[in-house]
Write a protein that binds this ligand. Structure first.
Ligand code: SF4
Length: 285
């Protein structure tokens, strides 16, 4: 078998969040070295318009988001984003997947919320079709804030990582800063999304503006027991957040003890992902 060319970039601590911003600008980008998905080829359904703009578009504005404070409305109003077409995505996937590069997965995940694309359902079908044609052995996945999942075509994907960082409306509003989304509606989406395996992923962040207290005080566990997911993934902050919020990275011990508490309080499989990033070390998300 021909040796495959493995291409990954190294994390530059000086760039912090800028690293991923740059890596995700193309319609089909990467591969990104993921803690859970190996070398993952990305699909970014939302593209920037004009020079020096980032294609950030989301209906949340989490305090720890590395992509910027502008939300979907602002991005649309300022004409800064456009939706990648199916033709562009197909061309990018065909080129990369038919190459001799090594990939372990194809992931729909831009510096955006992918489900806001009007082509989202077709993008899922396309990603699965291209995977089946060129790399039937690899996995397909999606990272999403899960606010629009119920009516979306996500069942064909192997993994859907759905975000839940809070245990109540108050923390949800303060920490995730959603626009037009109520916490109860999010919980309903997480309960009823049509997925192969229900996977919740939760950022665990310290500091005055963090969410760790909410995760430890019982409210998160109560909601998790309502949702009853198959898996819960806990991960810490790995990049430098915006200075205007008081956020801090937690220790490995803290993450493990939180994991143990949730494990003992729910029927879900709890996994912790703590990879310290040192200078010169490869970046993983
Ligand atoms: S849901 Fe994701 S993309 Fe949207 S603001 Fe939060 S971290 Fe950023």
């Amino acid at each position: 078998m021909e040796p495959r060319n493995i291409r990954t970039a190294c994390w530059d601590p000086q760039k912090a969040g800028g690293y991923l911003k740059e890596r995700k600008l193309d319609v089909v980008y990467g591969p990104i070295n993921s803690r859970r998905l190996g070398l993952s080829l990305g699909i970014n359904p939302i593209q920037s318009v004009g020079e020096n703009t980032l294609p950030f578009a989301c209906n949340w504005s989490c305090v720890y988001c590395q992509y910027g404070a502008d939300g979907l409305d602002e991005s649309v109003k300022k004409g800064r984003i456009r939706f990648a077409t199916l033709e562009e995505i197909k061309a990018g996937l065909e080129e990369r997947l038919s190459s001799n590069e090594h990939y372990d997965s194809v992931t729909i995940c831009g510096p955006t919320e992918p489900t806001i694309s009007p082509y989202f359902d077709d993008i899922v079908n396309l990603a699965v079709e291209m995977r089946d044609r060129y790399r039937p052995e690899i996995k397909t996945s999606l990272f999403t804030n899960a606010t629009k999942l119920r009516s979306r075509n996500v069942l064909p994907l192997d993994y859907v990582f759905m975000k839940l960082d809070a245990g109540n409306e108050k923390t949800f509003k303060r920490f995730n800063r959603p626009r037009g989304v109520k916490f109860d509606d999010l919980v309903d989406e997480l309960k009823s999304a049509d997925v192969k395996r229900r996977i919740i992923q939760t950022a665990v962040i310290g500091g005055k503006d963090g969410n760790i207290e909410d995760l430890e005080n019982g409210s998160y566990v109560k909601v998790i027991n309502e949702i009853n997911p198959d898996e819960i993934h806990l991960y810490p902050l790995l990049y430098r957040p915006f200075p205007r919020f008081d956020l801090s990275a937690i220790s490995r011990e803290k993450l493990e003890s939180l994991g143990e508490y949730i494990r003992n309080s729910t029927d879900s499989q709890v996994k912790t992902f703590f990879n310290p990033v040192n200078i010169g070390e490869e970046f993983r998300f």
